[in-house]
Design a protein. Structure first.
Length: 83
């Protein structure tokens, strides 16, 4: 999943990877977007609750499907920069 294009200014450019068998989600933040209380404002890789993804992103229609390749590319980019 990736944040929808029309919400990237507000939510930032974020990728999500989750499994239906896990209660956690890997979030990759390329651009944190506008500052807002309660949301991570830093570039990096995070573990968030699956419920957070469903309630704050999927439930509101702010996350859309993406390919595994795009997610992997974003993840590798972030890890390379953080090294």
């Amino acid at each position: 999943m990736v944040t929808a294009e029309h919400r990237r200014e507000w939510l930032g450019h974020r990728f999500f990877k989750y499994s239906i068998h896990s209660d956690t989600v890997i979030q990759v933040v390329l651009n944190p977007g506008q500052e807002k209380k309660g949301r991570g404002h830093v570039f990096g890789v995070y573990v968030i609750a699956r419920q957070t993804l469903f309630a704050n992103y999927l439930g509101m229609g702010y996350a859309i499907p993406t390919t595994k390749r795009e997610y992997s590319k974003a993840f590798d980019k972030v890890v390379k920069i953080l090294k």
